[in-house]
Unconditional design. Structure first.
Length: 405
């Protein structure tokens, strides 16, 4: 879009994730569109970031120039602002008409697709099949856990490059389970509203296409008596399901299998003590719908929860550097891991709710759903680690567990 002096300046999108980073040796603001509408991340100087705070959908470019430069504003200042605003809009970061058209086009195209394409290949893991297989070979070879037949696992969804060692112990624990279908509960990071978001799309990774069990998905929707959105757009940018799939493809080799991909949104509604999660019909009815659909399918199912533990530091909105809280976070994490290993979903949830999710446990809802749906009798902690991202003064903690009957 071409911006003229009289054009109102669209506001900067409120759903953009902003974080302070060191880029090219300078402190800058990284703008990241978690929804995937923008063409790429952009980096803003602190001066540019201050400037976009003035974008308000009302003030014209010329008016904005007068706000900034006062009576000394020049045509050169106005021309600069027109070009700057136009470039930010071209990337897809402003609440403009052109962005709305971009968003509609992307959503319409995704709605027609039958396959959900990878968003992590070339980033969190290698994009070529050969390199990915070699990388998984290395990670699995470094793990001394013997192959097992667990009926469920909890695994992180962290970048393989910083947390890859946490995946193999869990996936080796289900390597001999010979499941027909894997029921995956995974954190929904970017969409809220309905508690559960399903999709009938298949998933592509560099190792091939993972088929979704559409029959089970349809049955879950049939048996669930509450409203659920049929908009599966939240799956498009979400990494939490995708990061489990290369490991599933690896341990299954040429053996066919399907998945039931379920994004689970926030359970914070149940942390205010006015409504308990144990008594929620929306949660309990979904648990029943999944169990019934799986049982009636006659297929052997293994359950997977994709969720991390604590998220602390500047990148996650805290007013402190993560390193100052890592030991405290680890102590809280270990309590949660013990509750999970004891197969006690209600205690796990209450530990998080009692501190109002201070540690921002993104695995809260999928982990709870796995325990309540699978109802295992024994759990085993397989791995625990922390990723201390010093350059962003932030950290993520994560672990893996296996569950048995």
């Amino acid at each position: 879009m071409t911006y003229l002096p009289t054009t109102p300046v669209p506001a900067f999108r409120k759903d953009i994730q902003l974080s302070m980073v060191i880029h090219n040796g300078e402190q800058q603001i990284c703008a990241h569109d978690t929804f995937g509408y923008a063409s790429e991340e952009i980096y803003l100087s602190l001066q540019a970031y201050s400037l976009i705070q003035l974008f308000d959908n009302c003030t014209s470019v010329q008016g904005l120039s007068h706000k900034i430069f006062g009576e000394h504003t020049t045509q050169e200042n106005i021309d600069f602002l027109c070009n700057f605003i136009g470039s930010i809009d071209e990337y897809g970061y402003l609440e403009s008409d052109s962005f709305e058209q971009r968003r509609r086009n992307i959503e319409e195209e995704y709605a027609k697709a039958t396959v959900r394409e990878s968003v992590c290949a070339g980033g969190a893991y290698p994009s070529s099949e050969q390199e990915l297989r070699q990388y998984l070979d290395m990670l699995m070879a470094e793990c001394d856990v013997m192959p097992g037949n667990a009926s469920g696992i909890i695994v992180p969804h962290i970048d393989y490059r910083v947390g890859g060692s946490s995946y193999p112990p869990a996936f080796k624990a289900i390597e001999q389970s010979n499941a027909d279908v894997y029921i995956i509960f995974a954190t929904s990071h970017y969409w809220w509203g309905d508690f559960f978001i399903l999709t009938e799309k298949d998933f592509r990774t560099p190792l091939g296409i993972v088929k979704t069990d559409t029959a089970i998905v349809k049955k879950i929707l049939e048996y669930y008596p509450h409203y659920l959105t049929n908009n599966d757009m939240p799956h498009k940018p979400e990494h939490s399901i995708e990061l489990e799939l290369p490991f599933l493809q690896y341990i299954r080799g040429n053996s066919p299998f399907t998945i039931v991909p379920i994004l689970v949104t926030s359970f914070h509604r149940f942390m205010n003590n006015k409504e308990t999660i144990e008594e929620s019909a929306e949660i309990n009815d979904f648990i029943y719908a999944v169990r019934r659909a799986v049982e009636e399918s006659g297929k052997k199912a293994v359950y997977i929860s994709s969720g991390d533990l604590s998220h602390i530091g500047r990148k996650f909105g805290d007013n402190y550097d993560a390193i100052s809280k890592l030991s405290e976070a680890e102590k809280a994490d270990k309590e949660l891991l013990q509750a999970l290993a004891a197969c006690d979903g209600n205690t796990f949830f209450r530990l998080i709710a009692d501190v109002r999710d201070t540690w921002k446990i993104c695995g809260c809802s999928p982990d709870y759903m796995l325990l309540q749906t699978l109802q295992p009798t024994r759990g085993e902690i397989m791995h625990y680690a922390q990723w201390d991202e010093r350059e962003r003064a932030s950290a993520v903690t994560f672990g893996s567990l296996a569950f048995y009957h």
